[in-house]
Ligand binder design. Structure first.
Ligand code: AMP
Ligand code: GLY
Length: 431
């Protein structure tokens, strides 16, 4: 096999822009293709039209462009079984693949499955039970054994909206009934009810070949739209890495109690897991509990994680996909990366698209990733989503990273542009 790789990266957000940017610097890269990608990746990749869940199209590109490795950005092609699909056809079965097969992707695709997996392997998580519409009365009985706030989770993928945290018992019962009546479609046919965990959250990222693993830099994301963590939930308004409260003692607990048993369980459960696993954690008085597994990197965490990785990500990915991760050595910068997301006015509610973005060329000393943008026929960069751009600074410490991002992001403008001003502020007290 030739030394360098043709890589097909699937996805179109800030996460994929950050992955593309990082892989582009690798001496192992021959050519990078992104499907569908976005204008932020134009300089480093060839953009190919299509959706990552269009499996025949992905297979066609793999053959047409001589792709050696496919990297899945988002979860939906994984949950729908893209890896199994490519493996089942002799024309594409030889391609390396970063991302679990359908059985591994159930860790994100079914919350009930993920909770059962954690239970079977002694991985710390909130107490829970799962119910369906035929067990509504048992569900209410279980609810009454818990103290508010009540945590209700649609079992399946619900575009990030399937978790409800409700203070009032009557409202919780009403929501439960609505979930069973199809509020989230099939995703809500089963509902996980779990104990509320009180603490501070952090995202831990692991790259594994199913046997060995490397723990990538951790990050914290900021989900609410407004400063002070107020207002509606969004896809993420910013991120910071490292996370000051995830110190050596905490991360040792995470590795021993969560990462090691999780990776060991892949083998024990017969999963051929090769790819990222993103562990959403709650730090409850210094003790880590798993809130959720995702089978991909986080967005906007990736935009803060990638700039801190100093070793060759592409080499690590190739090793994960070919089961040789034990030979790889991760190198991480001790600097702080801080990401602020510029969003369209109105987001996460309705918003307009197609606004011309100006000021991008004026940015200095920061890295820019595109999340939701498009290129107009005239060559302008236009807004094309709720989350539009990610501006990232990598500096010696948190305060300098904050100063740098906020001095630069002000140079960008588009009609009704909005961003949070307090990314990273809450964690300063743990320094
Ligand atoms: P998930 O989609 O599982 O990430 O849940 C969305 C968000 O709900 C999480 O990021 C947490 O902020 C919150 N959450 C989920 N489960 C719990 C829990 N058991 N206790 C407290 N907060 C939770
Ligand atoms: N930032 C959280 C996620 O990507 O799911």
């Amino acid at each position: 096999m030739k030394e360098t790789l043709n890589v097909l990266l699937l996805g179109s957000g800030g996460r994929e822009n950050a992955l593309a940017w990082k892989m582009a610097g690798s001496p192992l890269l021959d050519k990078l293709y992104c499907m569908p990608g976005n204008p932020g990746m134009e300089k480093v990749a060839v953009l190919l039209s299509g959706r990552p869940t269009d499996f025949p199209k992905v297979a066609e590109y793999v053959t047409l462009y001589g792709i050696d490795m496919v990297v899945a950005g988002p979860e939906d092609p994984l949950v729908e079984g893209l890896r199994d699909y490519l493996a089942s056809d002799p024309a594409t079965s030889g391609v390396l693949f970063v991302g679990p097969d359908r059985s591994g992707a159930r860790l994100e695709g079914s919350k009930d499955f993920a909770k059962g997996f954690m239970g079977r392997h002694g991985i710390p998580t909130a107490a829970y039970r799962t119910f369906d519409k035929d067990s509504l009365s048992e569900a209410i009985e279980f609810l009454d054994t818990l103290r508010p706030p009540y945590v209700l989770k649609a079992d399946g993928l619900a575009a990030g909206k399937g978790v409800l945290i409700i203070d009032d018992r009557q409202e919780a019962v009403r929501e439960l009934e609505e979930m069973f009546s199809g509020k989230f479609g099939d995703a809500g046919a089963k509902v996980v009810i779990e104990q509320f965990l009180s603490g501070i959250e952090c995202s831990v990222f692991v790259l594994t070949d199913g046997e060995d693993y490397m723990i990538l830099p951790e990050a914290k994301d900021y989900k609410r739209i407004m400063d002070g963590d107020l207002g509606l939930n969004t896809g993420g308004m910013g991120s910071v890495s490292p996370v000051p409260f995830a110190d050596g003692v905490f991360m040792k607990k995470v590795e021993e109690r969560i990462v090691k048993p999780t990776v060991a369980a892949f083998g024990a459960e017969g999963m051929d897991y090769r790819g990222f696993i993103f562990i959403g954690l709650m730090n409850c008085d210094g003790e880590p509990y798993v809130i959720e597994y995702n089978v991909r990197m986080g967005d906007p965490e990736t935009e803060a994680v990638m700039p801190r990785i100093e070793s060759d990500l592409l080499s690590h990915l190739k090793a994960a996909a070919s089961r040789t991760l034990k030979d790889e050595k991760l190198e991480v910068s001790g600097k702080t990366a801080l990401t602020v997301i510029a969003v369209s006015g109105g987001y996460p509610g309705s918003y307009e698209k197609g606004k011309v973005i100006s000021g991008l060329d004026a940015l200095e000393g920061v890295t820019l990733f595109h999340s939701g943008t498009a290129r107009s026929a005239e060559g302008d960069v236009l807004t094309a989503g709720g989350r539009v751009l990610a501006v990232v600074a990598l500096e010696d410490d948190l305060e300098s990273a904050r100063e740098k991002v906020y001095s630069e992001i002000g140079k960008i403008s588009f009609d009704r542009m909005f961003y949070r001003h307090d990314i990273g502020c809450d964690v300063a007290k743990y320094l």
